[in-house]
Design a binder for this molecule. Structure first.
Ligand SMILES: *Cc1c(COP(=O)(O)O)cnc(C)c1O
Length: 413
């Protein structure tokens, strides 16, 4: 009989670090009569929601009507081809989600027990977890203070004889500084597996994200720029990588005999149903990406000049797609980030704090004891994102910016 189940890691950071960890999310009350937007729409403004106004329902209905609902079916091939084309890559391998896409890509790149993989500490938990699940060790690099992506000047000092790969993450839709990363990887013989879960449609020095690294992985979770509900994809230009990833995604059935396995495979297959939604989304690829960029420009125009806010990064010669409109609340704003979020929530506006760095996580902090990542900690303590849906209405965006100004003025009084 089962005597004991898995136990959580409990960890209370020391005082100094405790200040870095964000408060609990403030509650949003929906029935605030005096709030015009909440009253008008009868709902709050969510931090992000999908827009499914194209052929999504039509293609989904076709799957049901024809009985093609599992992981073979024409929509999967069509979606893989269309998405790969949209991001400038030769091949696409769809997966169950962005996490499994990254795990599969690292597995195909040969990452296994005892290996080390370099990642930013400022990222979403999945980037580190897939490496852990492969039996390898995530090795952390601090964030660049201007782009929030991995600091390329701190990668080489982390390379050891065990390092197999580096995973740049295009944080909040802003591409990493890829040329130095590719240069280091070339000289030191490392694979570059890029986590572009947040960066559909982004570009670096004229090259599309999805076509630069050995392999790039995307997420199609509901809040990502292109969604399939749950889903993910690896893109690559390598035929060998493509063939192996496709095979290993599907239990690694061999060509010689059906039930004959030469790799420990996975079942990471996407269904035709998800691909149907994805195909309809890709038809609107430019529209979904460009509305993110347009919203960011509107936010910038309305919030610039407001002291105490740092607006999202924009390095030269990159196309930032602003998956999330990410701001920093500085000391001279008049209140801290958590207080601002609370007052926005009172006005029906949902926000989200930045990622909590990997070295501060209950599951990982022990591995990195004594290491210091001040930029990531500072981002974590000050950062939040505002509602960022591609379909965000201009009225709602204006309302959000007016609310921020009103809250700031209230703090001064
Ligand atoms: C969303 C996200 C993932 C995980 O994608 P899922 O589809 O939710 O598994 C991985 N990495 C980053 C940086 C993400 O933002």
């Amino acid at each position: 009989m089962l005597k004991k189940t898995i136990q959580p890691e409990n960890y209370v950071p020391e005082e100094k670090l405790l200040k870095v960890i964000p408060d609990k999310d403030p509650e949003i009350k929906i029935s605030l009569k005096r709030i015009p937007v909440v009253e008008k729409t009868g709902k709050m403004i969510p931090v992000c929601e999908p827009t499914l106004q194209g052929n999504e329902l039509k293609y989904l209905t076709e799957c049901v009507e024809t009985n093609w609902i599992s992981s073979t079916g024409r929509k999967i091939i069509q979606f893989e081809e269309a998405f790969a084309r949209a991001v400038g890559a030769k091949y696409g391998i769809s997966c169950t989600n962005g996490t499994t896409a990254l795990q599969l890509a690292l597995y195909v790149a040969g990452v296994g027990p005892g290996d080390e993989v370099i990642i930013p500490t400022f990222t979403m938990i999945a980037t580190a977890n897939v490496i852990t699940h492969l039996g390898a060790k995530p090795v952390l690099v601090d964030a660049d203070p201007y782009t929030y992506t991995m600091d390329v000047n701190r990668i080489e000092e982390k390379i050891t004889g065990k390092t197999k790969a580096v995973v740049p993450v295009d944080i909040y839709g802003h591409p990493c500084d890829m040329d130095p990363i590719l240069d280091i990887a070339e000289r030191r013989g490392l694979a570059v597996i890029e986590d572009a879960a947040e960066a559909h449609g982004a570009a670096y020095r004229g090259r599309k994200i999805g076509s630069i690294s050995d392999a790039t992985t995307f997420s199609f979770y509901a809040n990502k720029i292109i969604t399939t509900g749950e889903g993910g994809m690896i893109t690559t230009d390598s035929r060998e990588f493509y063939d192996k990833a496709r095979n290993i995604r599907d239990h690694a059935f061999s060509e010689e005999r059906h039930f004959w396995h030469k790799y420990v495979g996975f079942n990471f297959r996407m269904t035709n149903l998800q691909a149907a939604i994805g195909l309809a989304q890709v038809e609107r690829f430019d529209e979904l990406v460009e509305s993110r960029i347009r919203n960011a420009a509107r936010y910038n125009a309305l919030l610039k000049g407001l002291s105490g806010l740092t607006l999202p990064p924009q390095a030269e010669s990159v196309k930032n797609v602003f998956w999330m409109y990410a701001i920093l609340v500085e000391d001279d704003f008049g209140m801290n980030r958590d207080e601002l979020r609370k007052q926005l929530a009172e006005r029906g506006i949902e926000t989200r704090t930045f990622f909590i760095p990997m070295h501060l996580q209950p599951i990982y902090h022990g591995k990195y004891a004594g290491q210091s990542y001040p930029v990531s900690e500072s981002l974590c303590s000050r950062g939040m994102y505002l509602p960022s849906s591609s379909g965000l209405a201009e009225d709602d965006l204006n309302y959000i910016c007016a609310a921020i100004k009103e809250i700031k003025e209230g703090a001064r009084r």
